[in-house]
Design a protein around this ligand. Structure first.
Ligand SMILES: Nc1ncnc2c1ncn2[C@@H]1O[C@H](COP(=O)(O)OP(=O)(O)OP(=O)(O)O)[C@@H](O)[C@H]1O
Length: 230
């Protein structure tokens, strides 16, 4: 499905992500963990083509290393960035339309399908995205990604600053979406409870390299103390 082969990413000086390799198959809900500043966001941005990478990236047997971000989107890669980055001055409906740019003909059908996952958004369709609460904005950002019918979905800290009951709701929505659509997830996360509940595999990054990886059952308290405690 997706092979990340020996990827390095830098902002100029030394590499921030260094020789990272892993594979994602359709069954996967891969959680990427690591302390602050170790390169998790940089890795996702490299995969999404927002930052240039060294190494290679294959998606569905296609080498997409040289593709631009929009070409990667058209291949089915979707990314919900940290801080959500919805369009605050556009309405909820317009935000969702932006997510459906690649499928404008089927907008109404897709909208109805996506709102089944996020019924809360139905009552806010005409409001500006910027006036929604943080939890609602996060749901809008994920809903917008669903509108593009992604083949793989990457999320950067979807629980950051979100109250616990919405965190658990988001976990349920992502689990259901994954089960129903068979879309693999790559989720950068600091919330261990959320990670264990959602994920089937994990990897931990330290100083830009993978230092631990495996099935989620192996993300023991001992491993978290060793690599994640501050
Ligand atoms: N635009 C940039 N220019 C230069 N350095 C950057 C830039 N963005 C991030 N960095 C540096 O790259 C390193 C990794 O940052 P990154 O955001 O990928 O970490 P992270 O693991 O996602 O952290 P966090 O958990 O805090 O979000 C940090 O040292 C950061 O200061």
């Amino acid at each position: 499905m997706m092979q990340v082969n020996d990827i390095s990413v830098s902002y100029g000086a030394g590499p921030i992500v260094s020789h990272v390799s892993f594979e994602v198959v359709p069954e996967d809900k891969l959680i990427i963990l690591g302390r602050n500043g170790v390169g998790k966001t940089t890795l996702l941005k490299g995969i999404m083509g927002i930052l240039a990478i060294k190494g290679s990236l294959n998606f569905n047997n296609e080498n997409i290393t040289g593709y631009s971000t929009s070409q990667r989107s058209r291949c089915g890669l979707a990314y919900v960035p940290q801080g959500r980055e919805i369009f605050p001055d556009l309405t909820v409906e317009e935000n969702l339309q932006m997510g459906a740019l690649s499928h404008p003909v089927h907008f109404k059908d897709k909208l109805a399908e996506v709102l089944e996952y996020f019924p809360i958004l139905t009552e806010h369709m005409k409001r500006k995205g910027g006036v929604l609460s943080g939890g609602q904005q996060q749901q809008l950002a994920i809903a917008r990604a669903f509108m593009g019918d992604p083949s793989i979905l990457m999320l950067d800290e979807p629980t950051e600053g979100i109250q616990p009951n919405i965190v658990s709701h988001i976990s349920s929505i992502l689990t259901r979406y994954h089960q129903e659509k068979h879309v693999p997830l790559i989720v950068v996360e600091q919330n261990l409870k959320f990670a264990r509940r959602l994920g089937n595999k994990f990897l931990i990054i330290q100083k830009g390299t993978i230092v631990a990886a495996g099935p989620i059952e192996n993300l023991t308290n001992e491993v978290s103390i060793r690599y994640l405690s501050v």
